[in-house]
Design a protein around this ligand. Structure first.
Ligand SMILES: [Zn+2]
Length: 281
């Protein structure tokens, strides 16, 4: 490409680009070179800003008279489709949009929110095209709350040594929403999953049971401990009532924390209580 740089307006650097003399345009349909059909009017492409200056490439696109595809717009190495931004600038914006909000990214680089959004969409679409899903050995499913009220998203991560990545996000934490993940990966991959980590949320357990038929469902320790503590407390309260009814000294009353604690963490005052509880029960 030949290029002549000029700056008509402050804060923007414009570079007029042209094709190499005698070069044939590349067809955007089949990526083969073909004869020129005609020249379009000048288009501007935004490049990565330089020291606060917008950098604009000005170029007259050519149309190719392609044998295979007919008349097609040429393919240029710095852009794609009808986007006004160059691919380099879109990657640049998408990179910053991971660190800042989209609005902050737009303000920082003197562009619009819509263009940041386009850049992110393009990168996400590219990522989805390149993504290979399988094989999946272990997944973890969890919910996160967002906004006010009980609004949840379901997140599925792949959790294997050397490969931890977010696989899927779905609205709600219902059977129907979690089912969508398994529809996405298909029956064959789902049946090859060996481990699923989850909490004890019933809709998740139900889907895991029916879709991951060969997997071991590992339950979240926090929920198991919470359930065990609750069960222990119910037994203790029941026993305390029974002892009181039978006319015994109510040793189990106010012993909740004493029973739940590790033996080594008991205070000097709690130790005799603990011994008494064990002796009584
Ligand atoms: Zn073609």
């Amino acid at each position: 490409m030949t290029r002549r740089a000029c700056a008509h307006k402050p804060r923007a650097s414009r570079s007029r680009c042209g094709p190499r003399r005698g070069s044939k345009p590349v067809c955007s349909g089949c990526q083969q070179r073909g004869p020129i059909y005609d020249h379009q009017s000048q288009r501007r492409f935004e490049f990565v800003p330089f020291w606060g200056f917008m950098v604009l490439l000005l170029y007259r696109m050519r149309r190719v008279d392609c044998r295979a595809c007919g008349v097609k717009i040429e393919q240029v190495p710095w852009g794609c489709g009808k986007h006004q931004l160059t691919s380099a600038y879109m990657l640049f914006l998408a990179h910053w949009a991971r660190k800042l909000s989209w609005k902050e990214t737009a303000v920082s680089f003197h562009t619009s929110w819509e263009k940041v959004c386009q850049a992110v969409e393009l990168v996400v679409a590219w990522g989805l095209e390149q993504r290979t899903l399988g094989p999946i050995v272990a997944i973890g499913v969890d919910e996160i709350a967002y906004a006010k009220g009980h609004k949840y998203l379901t997140l599925v991560h792949q959790i294997e040594a050397g490969c931890t990545r977010l696989l899927w996000i779905g609205r709600e934490r219902t059977v129907a929403s979690f089912e969508q993940f398994f529809t996405l990966i298909g029956k064959e991959l789902a049946e090859k999953i060996e481990f699923v980590c989850s909490d004890m949320w019933q809709p998740y357990l139900k889907v895991i049971r029916t879709r991951c038929v060969n997997a071991l469902n590992i339950l979240d320790r926090f929920h198991i401990v919470a359930k065990m503590n609750k069960a222990l407390d119910e037994v203790r309260a029941g026993e305390a009532r029974r002892l009181a009814q039978d006319g015994y000294e109510p040793v189990l009353k106010k012993s909740r924390w004493c029973l739940l604690k590790r033996k080594t963490n008991l205070t000097a005052k709690q130790r005799p209580d603990y011994a008494m509880c064990c002796a009584t029960t």
